[in-house]
Design a protein around this ligand. Sequence first.
Ligand code: HEC
Ligand code: HEC
Length: 196
Amino acid sequence: MLYKKYLILITGLLLNLPVNASDPQIHMLVDTCIACHGTDGSSVGSATPNIANMREKLFIKAMQDMKSGERPSTVMKVIATGYTDNEIKIMAQFFSQQQAIPHRQNFDVEKAKKGRELHNLYCNGCHKIEGRTQLLSNNLAGQQMLYLRHRLTEFINDADPTISPLMKNALKHFIDNNSQESLDDLVHYYASLGGK
Ligand code: HEC
Ligand code: HEC
């Protein structure tokens, strides 16, 4: 009956139907990711981002940019190199359909309060959170603080040439009007949206 399962998977992909999470091919592909990103994309370690519910397009772009080495990464270049374009597409569809589990982390209440205001002024336009449709980039709510700090530092230091100009300009605008330190208020705000 295995062929039938593959037939269903292939038809599903052609029609853009949800990928069947119990399908063995999906499991073969994402098994490698589990140790770090958890079974359904909600990560285990603090330096590893949640990838559950990530927009398909951003997922594909991130994987391709890390595979080519254009986007700096510690472990992901080697991992991404092991996958074809089509396999990356299948995984993008799978992870985009998983519900992200926001991490519960220690945060500073005062900083989170300031961060909320700053987010609404400078970031919400593209990363809506309270409306819950995080249009352009997702995964800020309950994302790992360590990862967020690392990623923002990469952006500030111009270490990632693949970053979208939208994000680059938004960050520049933020720092021109605030300070680099106040970025940490945002990190505390995103952490405050994690599990209680
Ligand atoms: C050994 C741990 C590890 C494994 C295994 C792993 N990842 Fe990662 N992943 C990371 C880390 C750490 C980062 C941050 C970038 C870096 O430093 O490599 C990351 C980043 C990512 C990102 C970028 C997320 C973003 O917000 O931009 C994607 C997408 C991703 N991984 C997908 C995968 C997929 C798909 C697999 C399985 C095929 C996988 N990862 C396996 C550790 C891992
Ligand atoms: C004009 C739209 C826009 C605004 C405003 C904006 N961003 Fe972004 N942001 C993006 C886009 C698009 C990406 C995806 C970047 C990419 O992969 O090329 C992104 C990515 C990110 C990431 C990386 C996510 C990951 O998993 O790697 C972080 C962190 C982030 N933004 C934080 C912020 C913060 C904090 C603010 C407010 C100071 C902000 N953004 C304002 C468009 C925006």
